[in-house]
Ligand binder design. Sequence first.
Ligand SMILES: [Zn+2]
Length: 184
Amino acid sequence: MDKSPSIKGSFSVTESCCCPPEAGNTVCDLPAQNFQRPHRTVNACPECSKTGKPIEGQTIKALLSVSLRQVQDIKYLFCRTRTCPAVYFSTDGEQTFTVGQVRERVYQKEPEAEDVFVCYCFRHTVSELRAAAPEDRIAIVDNINAGINAGQCACDLRNPQGSCCLGNVLSMIKRLEKLAFATT
Ligand SMILES: [Zn+2]
């Protein structure tokens, strides 16, 4: 049963999600495929007022650097606004965890920082993607897909957004390709 998307050469960010649970498929940004998503909560970040992205409970527990005594059995959302210091907030608006309280640097908050991971499970950084030739970028995407298909990812525990990085990687490659096209 091979459900791997054929991404080779066609960097479409509208690929549907084909990730397993360990890649956080229930909270993936890519369109759902063959599974039911839980109902999405619509809640605004108390800091920037933008709608947060649902995460699973284990994500906030794995990623926080503060005592987990502070984490309650309630819903938390991820804020992906670049300029906003909040990373996680509770849907009741009572709790906010900022970048300084998270064990990893967050790609969405520092998308231009050289040594920040785009892919946390397989350790691909912004600078690596930037420096890579087009064919090497395809190889990186293939490597990530191979890891996902082999069940080696743990995006729900490693990636602050709690879901697969593929959408971020593909849109970053698209941005880089556009830039290269504009400068040639
Ligand atoms: Zn925010």
